[in-house]
Ligand binder design. Structure first.
Ligand SMILES: Cc1cc2nc3c(=O)[nH]c(=O)nc-3n(C[C@H](O)[C@H](O)[C@H](O)COP(=O)(O)OP(=O)(O)OC[C@H]3O[C@@H](n4cnc5c(N)ncnc54)[C@H](O)[C@@H]3O)c2cc1C
Length: 316
């Protein structure tokens, strides 16, 4: 404990004592609105801030976590022992002739990045309208959504639009990599297995008609509001469990009659069985208990073992 305190002090001194806050509740920085405090909390406003924060934390042996919009994580009720770096980098550069857009990893997909694309008649990213995500979070999980109407027959993964990215690698080097580096899969990338940090991403887009892009956006937003609980009144992190091939986790949960099942303040969304909502002051313990309850019921009644797709961060 003493060593940790000493390391915290040295890290604050080296990073910036005025900008490293102590004991900051994380719930407001997640879309679930759940989670205890971070011992240390730093808002990175530039790529240089991100690099410095990560390198100083590594040098002082302080555990650290890079936070985007907190839309795919459950933070424990006892919070995070170490430094949370909230990525607020926001620079976007458009290269119209090459049909490319480069964005810092803290750029918010919607509206910021998607509107930049549409504004320059560059198509691709508009498919992800309405999904809460930073650019870094989108690469971590290989952001996905259904292809445009009327087909909606295939899943469009963000890897289709990634040209290259700048990383701060696990080894502490800043380098550019192509799309293959990420070993993307469904809900999967190399970022799950290596401590690399995405700093900037260049997207390769297609010239397109603005009206068609707006149509796709409207249709996707309508689909989302019909199928998903509204985030402002029913906080969530989107789908909780990984896809079950050919079946869908939601259908299995439905088959067990679990829509509306509640533990404490956490509830299986009555609108979408694979989403858990924070109905009223849910704790992380409530959500974990509900996840375990759903897994137990589904394996007993259908034989399928559901696996969470979200990350669990900090102490529970
Ligand atoms: C209402 C709702 C609907 C959703 N719908 C969809 C959907 O349709 N499709 C879909 O794919 N997802 C969906 N999601 C899930 C979520 O939006 C995505 O997973 C999103 O990409 C998370 O981004 P984030 O910035 O919030 O990442 P966070 O949750 O903040 O972080 C997630 C992980 O990424 C890591 N990370 C973040 N930035 C970086 C970086 N720069 N470098 C390295 N690692 C980094 C974090 O450390 C963490 O491990 C939905 C979520 C919600 C709440």
């Amino acid at each position: 404990m003493m060593l940790e305190q000493t390391n915290y002090k040295a890290l604050r001194r080296d990073l910036d004592p005025d900008r490293v806050r102590l004991n900051v509740p994380l719930a407001p920085y997640t879309t679930f609105r759940i989670g205890g405090p971070a011992d240390l909390f730093f808002e990175a406003m530039s790529t240089d801030d991100v690099v410095r924060a990560v390198l100083h934390a590594r040098a002082h042996g302080v555990p650290h976590f890079l936070l985007g919009l907190g839309a795919n994580i459950l933070v424990g009720d006892h919070g995070f022992r170490g430094l949370v770096i909230r990525n607020r980098t926001s620079r976007i550069d458009v290269f119209p002739e090459a049909h490319r857009i480069r964005a810092e990893s803290g750029v918010i997909m919607y509206p910021d990045l998607i509107e930049a694309g549409v504004g320059h008649r560059l198509s691709g990213l508009e498919h992800y309208v309405g999904i809460p995500s930073t650019v870094g979070g989108a690469l971590w999980q290989n952001l996905h959504f259904l292809s445009p109407p009327p087909e909606r027959e295939r899943t469009m993964l963000i890897e289709e639009f990634v040209h290259e990215a700048d990383l701060l690698t696990e080894e502490g080097l800043v380098k550019s990599v192509g799309v293959d580096y990420f070993e993307f899969g469904y809900d999967e990338s190399i970022l799950h297995r290596r401590q690399d940090i995405v700093l900037r991403v260049t997207f390769q887009l297609e010239p397109a008609d603005t009206a068609r892009m707006r149509e796709v956006m409207e249709s996707n937003l309508a689909w989302r509001s019909e199928h998903h609980p509204p985030l402002d009144t029913e906080p969530s992190v989107g789908s909780i469990f990984k896809k079950v091939k050919g079946l869908g986790a939601g259908r299995l949960i439905d088959a067990c009659g679990l829509r509306g099942k509640r533990i404490g303040g956490a509830e299986v969304s009555p609108r979408h069985a694979n989403i858990i909502i924070n109905r009223s002051n849910a704790t992380a313990a409530d959500v974990r208990a509900l996840i375990a309850h759903v897994q137990g019921a589904v394996v007993r009644e259908t034989g399928y073992q559901l696996e969470p797709e979200i990350s669990f961060v900090g102490e529970f």
